[in-house]
Design a binder for this molecule. Sequence first.
Ligand code: HEM
Length: 492
Amino acid sequence: MVWFSHVDVFAVIFIIIAIYIYKNKEIFKLSWRLPGPTAWPIFGNAFAFLCKDEDLFERAVYLSSRYPSPMRIWFGPKFAFVVTNVVQAEKILSSMKFTTKDKMYKYMAVFNGEGLISGSGPKWKRDRRLMTPLFLKKNVIQHFPYILNHTKILAKLLEEKADKSIFNVIHDIQRCAADFVNETIIGIKTNAQGGELENLLENLTRMYTVVHARMVKVWLQVDWIFRFTKYKKLEETGKQVIHGFFREAIRINNETHVCTTKKDLSFRNLLDQMLDIRDDVTNFATDEELVHHLTTLYSASEDTVSTISSFTLMLLGIYPNIQSKVVEEILSVVGDRDIEEGDLARLVYLDMVIKEVLRLFPIAPFLAREASQDFQLDEWTIPKGCTVVVSIQNIHRDGKLWMKPNEFYPEHFLPEVVEKRHPYAFLPFSAGPRGCLGKPYAYMAMKIVLVTILQNYLVEAEGTLEDIRLKTDISVRTKDEIYPIRIRRRKK
Ligand code: HEM
């Protein structure tokens, strides 16, 4: 039997640490020069994040607002170069050297695979290039009538809740969004508003919880530990249900898809258009890769549109004067008839209101990237492989960029005010080569939903903006995931 003395053990640990430091010497050099909370060996700033899961978001925002940009944070042994300054954010987000998603995204990839959000590298680059035309305004505008149809069903169903007590509006909007996203993007007709998709929706919510839990709980990142937790079972069932749903959508669309020579993209769902790409480009996507694209696009659209529309209704309930101005505009542009495509650009004040909601509640408050090559940011050399986090939340609340950073003030988006502001001060859709592809679809869908609801109902909400507490998983949400409003029928 061999006995090791304490000295031997310490010597081995010392050598391992020395090799680790030598291999990461550029990161340590950089860390040394940056401000940030006191970091401990191995644990880094873990103690600063000792709080309940739902408080992590507020803790991260607080920490990143205490130091000048750039600053450092150590998530255990993992270093992050954190940017909260708009000029630096532009340099990072607009660079091709930061198109690689951080390793954290691999937990999302369990569901989304190499889809556009979690994918990186040459496959992402090619898929993004091929799929970009599908998301252009002139293509997605064809989906307008389908979105409107489902929204009219929503307005009708809400009658049951009118002139009664407070309810959680996201429950209804999410089911409506599920139906229009399924018809326009996924290529199948569903009746979530009639209660048909409860199992899918439940599993999607669980999927977001599992992804988030693995991103923030370091021990769940160890595969063999994860295997023994409740999350593993949730992940397996979630994958089965969610991927099963999209596999079936692909099977149905494969049957009806006809190879087109004329590239007329109008009135065709996005999956069918992806099948067109597959007809033309060898290796574009296997059925399994299409499942990942659909899982990505579904959550990128349904979850975001429902959340931001619900936040907007809540804030309009809290600010009746702003709601009156929105309704006045709707009456003058749309009146009592159904909203039409031509109205979208003329709803200028509503547009400002939605943007202000996106400023206060950016869906992705922190963007994490990995430097694919060394990068010089002002006087700092960011080494290849280093994690860089851009804090959208801090930029959106920066008093040097916004007149009333912590208030709901749609006038932040008056054209003359926007003109004077830095173009990267408003980043709800991120920006640059990895910016959101779905922006035109998102604005169109949110305007249709909000106009149709506000034409029919007056919205009321209790509390104040300061009462709204946030948390984040794959998106920002209210802490209790409830968006309480009361609605009253409008007199026609
Ligand atoms: C209010 C609605 C939305 C907001 C605020 C939003 C925001 C964002 C943000 C911040 C990103 C970057 C994420 C990251 O870097 O991790 C992103 C990416 C993306 N979004 Fe959206 N999004 C919205 C709606 C949509 C919709 C409706 C679609 C599809 C129809 C969509 C499709 C995508 C795609 C495909 C990407 C990945 C782009 C890439 O990396 O190449 N989004 N979105």
